[in-house]
Write a protein that binds this ligand. Structure first.
Ligand code: EPS
Length: 394
């Protein structure tokens, strides 16, 4: 089974990570991981930091001559911005006076972090709570994504809405998605198309409305959230299980998505929309065609009973607007216990396009774990052989 661990402060020297449990003999290069890191850094609405960082991973252990060894794989991403923060983020004590952050931003981890860890400087909280952490999470997840990709399991995402800029109805986007998902590249084709847009949106008109909204938010010192959708194709029937709560794969996927910074809602398919409909309008009928079971709809989002059902997996996630505002909200100076405006910090205005890339990557370890649990194997050859012989797609 896969185990992942990340470490690193946003403006510290580096982000580091370990992934353990990857079978041997899987081809893996830094370039494969870097492609996901590059995609995560794109998108209209990012702030100044992304001009400083060009994230590249170094593989330190677990890979030899381009193939995994079955041993723990450790990665490092150096923070380029660290050179501007050497004193502020020094490991050793520094003699200089370092200004403390004492005003908490509403919606951020600032206030709770200060009280939980007993800090007099909110900088200690900001540094780890920052979404910079997702760079390493994506890097580690990309390793699991490679494992899935080698088995033909493809992942993709697109941005469904930013602020109120959204598709008018589901049908207009579903017909486009259905076409893409049916092609050779499966769900990865969704990302290939979405990546052509600066907001990762599949429809030009909706995309330009999204850009307009972000521009307006930026002008007024505000921020915006949105909804992203992740798809996975090539999944066999039977990943996850209904027999015990913690083996339900929808629960595991929700945890992976919900733990991305600023994600506040997760649904499988259109979970919330379906709650207001009749059962007859929601469930996907089971039909026979040429003695084969077929489903004409996928409202369940590829999961029934916490188990993959052979249909494309479809997960939606809602991101709240970023909590660092240039037009700050009211807060409190905790050193003086007096009202104050929240701190203005360099920040993104909208990171929804990047969140989609993070989301599509973080589902990979969950699914790779389920694949390893069901099919097993210490080497990629073994896993591939078992998958080819035993995977049932319906
Ligand atoms: C972030 C604030 C900004 C973002 C950062 C997340 O960083 P800074 O405060 O250094 O300008 O750029 O995102 C990343 C660094 C990244 O790699 O995604 C925050 O407050 O969470």
């Amino acid at each position: 089974m896969l185990r992942l661990l990340t470490a690193g402060e946003s403006h510290g020297r580096a982000l580091v990570g370990i992934i353990e449990g990857v079978p041997s003999n899987m081809e893996l290069s830094a370039g494969y991981i870097d492609r996901q890191l590059f995609r995560r850094q794109q998108g209209y609405g990012r702030g100044g930091r992304m001009k400083i960082e060009t994230d590249k991973v170094e593989i330190l252990t677990g890979v030899r001559h381009g193939k995994t060894l079955g041993s723990p794989i450790s990665l490092v991403i150096w923070n380029r911005d660290f050179e501007n923060w050497e004193d502020k983020m020094a490991v050793e004590a520094v003699l200089k006076e370092i200004e403390k952050v004492v005003i908490a931003r509403p919606g951020h981890a600032d206030l709770v972090g200060k009280y939980k860890y007993f800090f007099d400087d909110i900088r200690n909280v900001i540094e780890r709570a920052s979404a910079r952490e997702t760079a390493m999470r994506v890097a580690l997840s990309a390793v699991a994504r490679k494992l899935l990709s080698d088995l033909g399991i493809k992942i993709g995402s697109h941005v469904f809405s930013i602020g109120t800029a959204s598709y008018k109805d589901r049908d207009s986007i579903d017909s486009v998605l259905l076409g893409i998902l049916g092609r050779k590249n499966g769900a990865e084709g969704v990302s290939d198309e979405a990546d052509k847009s600066e907001v990762r949106c599949l429809d030009e008109n909706v995309a330009s409305k999204m850009v307009q909204q972000i521009k307006r938010a930026k002008k007024s010192g505000d921020t915006l959230g949105g909804v992203v959708e992740v798809y996975v194709t090539g999944l066999p029937i039977g990943l996850g299980s209904y027999v015990e709560f913690d083996r339900k794969i929808d629960g595991q996927l929700a945890q992976a998505m919900m733990s991305i910074q600023a994600i506040k809602g997760v649904e499988i398919g259109e979970g919330f929309e379906n709650a207001g409909k009749f059962g007859s309008e929601v469930h996907d009928e089971i039909l026979l065609r040429n003695r084969k079971i077929v489903r004409l709809t996928n409202r369940a989002g590829g999961l029934e009973g916490g188990v993959t059902n052979g249909q494309p997996l479809w997960i939606r996630a809602a991101m709240k607007p970023i909590s660092t505002l240039m037009k700050p909200l009211r807060s409190v100076d905790l050193s003086k216990m007096k009202p104050a405006e929240a701190r203005r910090e360099r920040s993104d205005f909208c990171a929804v396009p990047a969140a989609g890339v993070v989301a599509e990557n973080v589902v990979a370890p969950v699914l790779a774990n389920a694949v390893l649990e069901k099919f097993g194997g210490d080497s990629m050859g073994e896993l591939k052989q078992r998958f080819a012989q035993e995977a049932f797609f319906g």
